[in-house]
Design a protein around this ligand. Structure first.
Ligand code: ATP
Ligand code: MN
Length: 537
């Protein structure tokens, strides 16, 4: 058998302007794509069987180069600004033609896939790639239609992803040579000048975040989700690096998905068919499910080998700290099929609070749940070159503003309605610092966070007594199985209590500053969820 002999050509791409590509390789198997990637020099095999690739200049998404075409459909609906940057529709057509022309004489990898593992919300996709590894990424990350479904596959969205193609900002209307542009009327996404495949995944996520609330009256969410043996669903909201992927991979619970979900009247369903996990400092003892998922068929991005071996050195930050793996969800042994379960009984808001102020776990009332959902707080650790630096607060509405084409209050309203309708416990979990801020304290131990989440899920935390946080007003359990009681109230873990109080007031004031922009939306009920004290005393 020769290279790519299992290719299937099912139709042509002239509909999107692509003519005279030398070869169009349609829906290749993972094995064939791995082989293509290696022969093309796009990647190498690691000792565990994963395909190791570099994404090039971009090792993360470029939010400033993500546009939405402003046209009759979107003009009055999209929340325009720094997040949703408008793009001219004629320029889009011109750029699409330019990209299509650029593909003349090239070898293309095409994949038919879907997003939304629910019959009422399924979005058919077609992805055209110039790089085989990116086509494998799409195989891993999107839902995989079966042979029968492929026969009737009409794409609602087509993604043209050409990392080698660079735009000319002056002519093409982009900011830089790299771009990701969503056209909701045409059902197309153009990506160029960047090899970061996360743009493909988050591009379709943004589309789902438009279609579901706007056209299907359904909430879409940036969260992970899993389900217990009793059928109890839990969802985990959180910004990048707060632990959605890590904490949803739980050996005692079925994985629904790790990043993008919809919440209907009777279900939570995954948009994706795979997981995209951070692998910096990955260790089998701490994260066995993710470790074992990295095998043949998986991709690892921007990692390096231990010298003289093919063994991945997960501690290496030479290329970036944002090293990742992309694997199909069935690499996780207890993933549920289909990626769908009942409505949630527990909701976790994950925050990596680098100030060490937020309690490791606390229970929120409805007002607090709304307030924290709209706030979407986490903290980033700023420039770590020398010594200690002050963490920076990040507030991102609905824990995912970067991917929300509509005004955040649209999602918040839907979330609030669910809170009214359903019996759900909401927990705020600090996966960040304890014992002091970044530089003084340490990151919360993962086994402790896991134990706290388990106790919330199996009802053990219902048995605990609670102490109200004097500033944030949230209820902190006094005890939790598997966790030393003294860490449950963060103030106890700080050497100087007055420093804790000052820092807590400081953080509370940041919440209040951030919330001012939602003043018009903020009802008395929601404001009741705000931190209790505004100014340091
Ligand atoms: P993204 O939206 O970018 O995918 P994410 O929310 O899925 O981000 P994870 O991939 O789960 O984030 O990353 C969390 C990282 O933090 C992992 O590398 C994990 O090992 C590490 N970590 C350290 N301590 C904890 C903790 N207590 N809880 C959760 N994660 C922790
Ligand atoms: Mn994740």
């Amino acid at each position: 058998m020769k290279r790519s002999e299992d290719k299937q050509i099912t139709s042509d791409l002239t509909g999107i302007g692509i003519r005279e590509a030398t070869e169009i390789l349609w829906n290749l198997s993972p094995a064939a794509l791995v082989e293509e990637a290696i022969l093309n020099g796009e990647g190498v095999l690691a000792s565990n069987g994963a395909l190791m690739c570099d994404t090039g200049q971009f090792t993360g998404r470029s939010p400033k180069d993500r546009f939405i075409v402003k046209d009759a459909k979107t003009a009055d609906i999209v929340w325009w600004g720094d997040i949703n940057i408008p793009f001219d529709s004629a320029k889009f057509d011109q750029l699409q033609q330019k990209m299509a022309d650029y593909l003349k004489g090239r070898r293309l990898y095409v994949r038919d896939a879907c997003a939304g593992d629910h019959p009422d919300y399924r979005l058919n996709l077609r992805i055209v790639n110039t790089q085989a590894w990116q086509n494998l990424f799409c195989h891993n990350m999107f839902l995989r239609p079966n042979q029968e479904e492929l026969l009737n596959h009409t794409p609602a969205f087509t993604i043209l992803c050409v990392p080698e193609f660079k735009a000319d900002p002056a002519v093409d209307g982009t900011r830089q040579p790299n771009f990701a542009i969503i056209n909701l009327i045409k059902g197309m996404i153009l990506i160029g000048g960047t090899g970061y495949a996360g743009e493909i995944k988050k591009g379709i996520f943004s589309v789902m975040n438009y279609i579901l609330p706007q056209e299907k009256n359904t909430l879409s969410m940036h969260c992970s989700a899993n389900v217990g043996q009793q059928g109890d669903t839990a969802i985990f909201f959180g910004l990048s690096g707060t632990g959605k992927t890590t904490l949803s991979a739980d050996p005692d619970r079925g994985l629904i998905g790790d990043d993008e979900h919809g919440w209907t009247s009777d279900s939570v369903f995954n948009f994706e068919g795979g997981c995209y996990a951070k692998v910096i400092d990955l260790a089998r003892e701490k994260e066995p499910e993710i470790w074992d998922a990295i095998r043949f068929g998986a991709i690892v991005e921007n990692t390096r080998f231990e010298a003289g071996t093919r063994k991945i050195d997960f501690t290496n930050k030479e290329v970036t700290e944002n090293t990742r793996t992309a694997y199909p969800i069935f690499h996780i042994p207890n993933a549920v099929e289909p990626s769908r379960a009942g409505t949630p009984e527990n909701i976790f808001f994950l925050t990596a609070d680098a100030f060490g102020v937020i309690p490791p776990i606390s229970r929120l009332n409805k007002s607090q749940a709304m307030y924290h959902f709209i706030s979407g707080y986490t903290a980033k650790v700023a420039g770590t070159e020398m010594g200690v630096t002050e963490p920076v607060t990040t507030f991102s509405a609905c824990f995912g503003a970067a991917f929300l084409p509509l005004h955040p209050t649209k999602y918040a309203e839907m979330f609030g309605y669910k809170m009214e309708q359903e019996q759900v416990s909401v927990w705020l979990v600090n996966t960040g610092w304890t014992g002091g801020p970044y530089g003084v304290g340490t990151r919360m131990k993962l086994p402790y966070t896991r134990a706290m989440i388990t106790a919330a899920l199996n009802g053990r935390l219902e048995e605990a007594t609670y102490t109200r946080h004097p500033i944030f007003g949230v209820d902190m359990p006094d005890s939790c199985p598997g966790v030393p009681s003294e860490i449950l109230n963060p103030r106890n873990t700080w050497q100087k209590k007055e420093e804790y109080d000052a820092k807590a007031f400081h953080l509370a004031s940041k919440f209040i500053d951030n919330f001012r922009k939602y003043a018009a939306f903020a009802s008395v009920e929601i404001l009741a969820g705000a931190p209790l004290v505004e100014e340091p005393v």
